[in-house]
Write a protein that binds this ligand. Structure first.
Ligand SMILES: *[C@@H]1O[C@H](CO)[C@@H](O)[C@H](O)[C@H]1NC(C)=O
Ligand SMILES: *[C@@H]1O[C@H](CO)[C@@H](O)[C@H](O)[C@H]1NC(C)=O
Ligand SMILES: *[C@@H]1O[C@H](CO)[C@@H](O)[C@H](O)[C@H]1NC(C)=O
Ligand SMILES: *[C@@H]1O[C@H](CO)[C@@H](O)[C@H](O)[C@H]1NC(C)=O
Length: 272
């Protein structure tokens, strides 16, 4: 029992030794990031090596004694012209990050230092777009809006009223996102749509007058079309009415004439 516990502890110890410390580092795409060795005094006899574990690629080998630094681009050259090494500290800097630099980095020295860094490179955030949901244009005092973004990963899209969160939606894969909101025409312009990832956000403020007006224009043009149709219809009806009166008038006159004639003939016959 005790033996198994000790063995377990040893095993844990071993695992910690293998994996070393793990540090999470986040950066926005295109920005520069530095992985710090935090080694205060590097021995002259040390050899420091940085590896991109995710692709099993050696990145840097620093031989302190020999005063030599060797940089590798990686098999697919994804690190080409982006690596810098601090001669004193051994810190590794990626000067122009891309999404493909995301992954696990390992620092190892022959004196026994082992550190791991999990680097997350986040894509630039687009500014959210707010449009009116024109399929709901006809609704009376409400204006239905949609906030959307395309081509995004690992982001959350939210509607805020002032500082309070109204609703939000998240996506982890490359996708497009949209989130609806219903507002009154008379409301103050305190709404905003915010896209954010774990390190940044991008805000689009809603201008109700601007966004909701576009739709009332659509309605107005609908109205004028309707007015034209009404005009045409009533004109046709007018023509029809006139025609009917003419026909009717002719009918009445001719009937009267007939009546007169028959009365006359009646009078004539009765006169016999
Ligand atoms: C979305 O991303 C794909 C591939 O990266 C690209 O071809 C497309 O143009 C992008 N669409 C928009 C609207 O940005
Ligand atoms: C709009 O804001 C003003 C001042 O901030 C406030 O007096 C008014 O009541 C607000 N109107 C609405 C409809 O919230
Ligand atoms: C957006 O980021 C800024 C700092 O960059 C922060 O002050 C603000 O609270 C963030 N807004 C939201 C809605 O997350
Ligand atoms: C909102 O939009 C209207 C119409 O385009 C404009 O006159 C007004 O200045 C805008 N308000 C804000 C706060 O941007």
């Amino acid at each position: 029992m005790l033996l198994s516990f000790v063995l377990h502890l040893l095993c844990l110890w071993h695992l910690i030794g293998v994996f070393g410390e793990m540090k999470s580092v986040s950066v926005m795409e295109e920005d520069s990031v530095t992985l710090h060795t935090e080694m205060t005094d590097i021995s002259d006899h040390d050899v420091i090596e940085w590896t991109f574990v995710t692709e099993s690629t050696s990145l840097v080998k620093i031989k302190v004694m020999a005063g030599s630094i060797t940089l590798y681009d990686g098999a697919d050259e994804r690190f080409r012209n982006t690596l810098k090494v601090n001669h004193q500290t051994g810190d590794l800097t990626i000067t122009h990050t891309t999404i493909t630099h995301s992954g696990l980095y390992q620092l190892k020295t022959i004196t026994g230092v082992s550190k791991n860094f999990n680097l997350n490179v986040y894509a630039r955030l687009p500014v959210p777009v707010i449009i009116r949901d024109s399929s709901q244009c006809s609704s009376s005092s409400k204006c239905v809006l949609v906030c959307s973004v395309v081509n995004v990963t690992h982001v959350t899209l939210s509607w805020y009223k002032g500082n309070s969160l109204l609703s939000s939606i998240s996506v982890s894969d490359l996708n497009s996102l949209s989130l609806p909101l219903e507002v009154e025409y008379q409301e103050n312009n305190t709404y905003s749509c915010v896209i954010n990832n774990p390190i940044r956000n991008q805000t689009k403020h809603l201008n109700i007058t601007e966004v909701c007006q576009m739709c009332s224009d659509v309605i107005r043009s609908c109205d004028s079309t309707e007015a034209v149709i009404r005009l045409v219809v009533s004109a046709l009806m007018g023509v029809a009415a006139v025609a009917a009166i003419v026909v009717l008038g002719y009918d009445i006159r001719s009937r009267r004439l007939e009546q007169k004639r028959s009365q006359t003939s009646h009078v004539l016959t009765s006169g016999h």
